[in-house]
Design a protein around this ligand. Structure first.
Ligand code: HOZ
Length: 426
């Protein structure tokens, strides 16, 4: 059944997919088509069940089809799916985020992480009157032109330097620096500091595989931004409400000027946001001169799902998830390295990943140097054992609260066998 669907999809949808990484381009083989999700599992249209470590690229922190989300969405849908007028749900979600994240007084709800980043770029330029944005190689902030340079995620997966259709003018004001490289940062600030509107960073880089910030790196960014009067923007689309109650900023104790959220915030529905101090957010229309709008922004189904999700995410939930991810990380490390394969299993709080590399990966160059062919073989061997990993080495593994210890044990068992297969194929 999947085969027929793929042909139909390819006839009508570029590559048969609506987001490039889903095509399995870098791991080979054909993508399966999902019939339904159940907690930690996906079931495809042929009835095959997969233990899922993609979890909607991090959005489904509770696991698929969690009863609280399903109930909230059904209740909201029965009252109408979109109005183009304010709703109490938007207010409640904004209040809920502000109560969790001390750096956020106000927020603007949008429909995707890309929109949040796009609005943030316009806002920081509008507020500072400066043109340049500094980003890090391998970090991904959605598919807006200015930030597609040296981007992670699908751009990295497909091995592209950027994207066709992006004019030199669109990226002329983008400064790219290697992640975790303080000397390169100093040089960039020396050359461009007076023109920098903002630095945009994923506080934990999770779109070039998983790469932790070196100790002090984010605090150093804060210091440099203050010194140059530039704004600091944390892209917490992945880390927000995923690594702790107040996201990565709460874990590292560094306060950004602006934060981008998405994924978990919408409980698996299309919703994202940018948030920060009232004075900064009030630069957005209709109060201020920086324009942004959206028909589905603050959609009632999405806000209902987001609220239902956040309500279940207390400190205990993150402790539980972190313990499970630690178990997974240790198990995968043992399973893979005991075969003699050189592998790194990065783990940052509730996030994990896998690089086939001899040395710890600290930046995009390291991620690109890791063995992508081995990852592809490992991915296929895991898939054959019913475990669905991100179909690219430039992504992060997402464990959900629905993954039980037995699921982790099964994953580790499969990883040992898959690693043996990789060794055999070398
Ligand atoms: N850019 C997403 C991963 N970081 C992929 C989104 C998708 O394919 O659904």
């Amino acid at each position: 059944m999947s085969e027929g669907l793929l042909a139909r999809a390819q006839a009508r949808i570029p590559g048969g997919v609506n987001s490039p990484v889903r095509s399995f381009a870098s791991v080979g083989g054909d993508p399966f088509f999902v019939a339904r999700g159940e907690g930690p599992f996906l079931v495809d249209t042929d009835g095959v069940r997969y233990l899922d470590y993609v979890q909607s690229w991090g959005a489904s922190i509770l696991g698929h089809a969690h009863p609280a989300i399903v109930e909230a969405v059904q209740r909201a849908a029965a009252a109408g799916t979109s109005y183009g007028a304010p709703t109490p749900g938007e207010v409640a979600l904004a209040e809920s985020v502000a109560a969790r994240v001390p750096s956020v007084e106000k927020l603007r709800l949008v429909s995707s992480g890309t929109e949040a980043a796009m609005t943030a770029v316009r806002l920081v330029r509008g507020v500072t009157g400066r043109p340049k944005i500094l980003k890090f190689a391998g970090c991904y902030h959605g598919h807006l032109d200015a930030l597609l340079v040296a981007a992670g995620s699908g751009v990295a997966t497909l091995g592209l330097p950027g994207s066709a259709g992006v004019t030199p003018g669109a990226i002329a004001d983008t400064v790219v620096v290697p992640f975790n490289d303080e000397a390169a940062l100093d040089a960039a600030f020396a050359a461009h500091g007076a023109e920098l509107a903002a630095v945009l960073v994923e506080p934990v880089a999770a779109n070039m595989g998983l790469v932790a910030p070196r100790p002090g790196f984010l605090a150093g960014l804060r210091r440099r931004c203050d010194h140059a009067d530039a704004l600091l923007v944390f892209d917490e689309v992945i880390t927000g409400f995923r690594v702790g109650v107040a996201g990565a900023q709460g874990r590292v104790g560094v306060t950004p000027d602006l934060s981008l959220f998405g994924k978990v915030l919408g409980g698996g529905l299309p919703l994202a946001a940018l948030g920060g101090p009232a004075a900064l957010l009030d630069e957005l229309a209709p109060v201020g001169p920086v324009y942004q709008a959206g028909t589905l922004a603050g959609n009632p189904l999405a806000t209902a799902a987001g609220l239902a999700c956040l309500e279940l995410l207390d400190a205990g939930a993150y402790d539980e998830l972190e313990a499970r991810v630690e178990l997974l990380g240790r198990g995968i490390t043992d399973a893979v390295t005991s075969t003699g394969l050189a592998a790194q299993v990065p783990r940052v709080w509730t996030l994990s990943g896998l690089f086939f590399a001899a040395e710890p990966v600290v930046d995009y160059a390291g991620a690109q140097a890791a063995d992508a062919k081995r990852y592809a073989r490992f991915f296929q061997a895991m898939l054959a054992r019913g475990v669905f990993l991100p179909p690219s080495p430039f992504e992060t593994w997402f464990t959900s609260l629905a993954h039980r210890e037995a699921d982790i044990e099964r994953t580790v068992q499969a990883a040992g066998e898959a690693a043996q297969e990789v060794v055999g194929a070398d």
